[in-house]
Write a protein that binds this ligand. Structure first.
Ligand code: DGT
Ligand code: MG
Ligand code: MG
Ligand code: MG
Ligand code: MG
Length: 260
């Protein structure tokens, strides 16, 4: 086909492909969710409806983009991991990043009412995104550990902070009480002042959410015989496992295989 004289502008689109042979991680994060969560009266410290909505949006992303091998979410963020072997969109960074964040935001909006039936969505939710390449399995695991440790640190702080506030203290008093405290001090405050054993709180709060594809029994009715058939399908599934220790990775060796 003949080219127009304007074709040359294509040359201005520079190559932005990710370094070959590296793990690609796209992390999306809610823009100004401090205000967004206030405006929509999210429960403190954790709103289970919001966690389920984040997980739903992420499940749709993982279901839609087959290359994503694992995803991890907490608070207003989600990380999507593409293996070193992935050739998705020729590894073009802006194409991968923008597709994932756009899919996430539209699904978050589309499914809002299912998770917040009594709360009108007042502003269009917005997410930022970045793609980072990690050269080795070890560094990829350290990245995921970093996010889960962040979840733990924030959740321990927030759980203790709101326990103090809900007991009748001001937010300023709670902040002062927690200033300079270590994890063990917060565990101790929770246990002795509020009779809460932090380690027995639901893992969804303490560990965040992990999505991997798991063999799942799917029932359907055979069109030929009309009989019910059960098939095993690898479906994106939400877990609340620890991903810092080795156990999870030993249990799911396929997750790291593709880096070799
Ligand atoms: P950014 O990311 O720089 O645009 O600004 P923010 O405000 O989104 O800041 P970020 O991402 O560091 O912090 C997430 C905010 O979302 C933080 O204010 C806590 C809030 N948030 C996340 N999950 C929940 C929840 O389940 N309940 C409540 N009440 N707040 C939550
Ligand atoms: Mg931020
Ligand atoms: Mg944010
Ligand atoms: Mg955040
Ligand atoms: Mg097009």
């Amino acid at each position: 086909m003949a080219k127009s004289r304007y074709e040359y502008v294509k040359q201005f689109e520079l190559d932005d492909s990710a370094l070959p042979g590296t793990w690609m991680v796209v992390r999306i994060d809610g823009r100004g969710f401090h205000g967004f969560t206030d405006m929509h009266k999210f429960e403190k410290p954790n709103d289970l409806r919001a966690i389920h909505l984040m997980n739903r949006a992420a499940l749709e992303v993982v279901g839609n983009i087959r290359d994503i091998i694992i995803a991890y979410g907490q608070s207003d963020e989600y990380s999507f991991v593409l293996p070193a072997s992935s050739t998705l969109y020729s590894r073009r960074i802006s194409k991968i990043t923008s597709t994932i964040v756009s899919l996430f935001a539209s699904n978050y909006t589309m499914h809002w009412a299912e998770y917040f039936p009594d709360t009108k969505l007042l502003v269009p939710p917005c997410f930022d995104a970045r793609l980072v390449c990690y050269p080795t399995q070890r560094i990829l695991r350290d990245y995921l550990s970093w996010r889960q440790a962040d979840c733990h640190i924030n959740n321990l702080y927030n759980t203790t902070f709101w326990a103090i506030v809900h007991s009748g203290k001001s937010e300023q008093e709670a902040e002062e009480k927690l200033r300079g405290t270590f994890s063990k001090d917060k565990n101790e405050i929770l246990y002795s002042d509020f009779n809460i054993n932090y380690n027995t709180l639901d893992a969804v709060y303490r560990k965040g959410s992990v999505i991997i594809r798991q063999e799942t029994e799917v029932k359907s009715v055979s069109q030929k015989s009309g009989e019910e058939v059960i098939r095993l399908k690898r479906l994106p599934t939400v877990l609340h496992d620890d991903i810092i220790g080795n156990e999870f990775w030993k249990k799911h060796p396929e997750l790291l295989v593709s880096s070799q």
